[in-house]
Design a protein. Structure first.
Length: 118
């Protein structure tokens, strides 16, 4: 399984661990608006019409407008295919946080928790 990986102490896109590879990924964009027309009315003049960017435009399960912007975001990724590999990664990097990716619900993140954050 592929995970996006980050390190709490790094903010500028540095490689978070030795075996991570940098890759582009699809960003999901969600706005708390109920229709494409509402977005166009409120933000169309400054951001362009909702349908002018991205793919798979829809109203998501929460009732908000959503679209996907392929290959615009860049992240570091690692492959972990077993619990044993995850435990080895844990032992090499200490504390880990596993969570969903805020801008793509199909990606999980392993954060190497090596510094304080709120």
């Amino acid at each position: 399984m592929k995970f996006k990986v980050k390190r709490t102490s790094l903010w500028d896109g540095e490689q978070p661990c030795n075996n991570a590879t940098e890759e582009k990924y699809t960003r999901f964009e969600v706005r708390t608006l109920n229709s494409f027309e509402e977005f166009d009315e409120r933000f169309g003049s400054s951001e362009g019409k909702w349908l002018s960017k991205g793919i798979n435009h829809c109203i998501n399960e929460r009732g908000y407008v959503q679209r996907e912007i392929p290959d615009v975001s860049i992240g570091w990724f690692i492959e972990i295919n077993s619990l044993e590999e995850l435990m080895k990664f844990y032992k090499e990097n200490c504390e880990l946080i596993i969570r969903g990716c805020w801008d793509n619900p199909n990606i999980n993140i392993i954060e190497i928790y090596d510094d304080y954050r709120e």
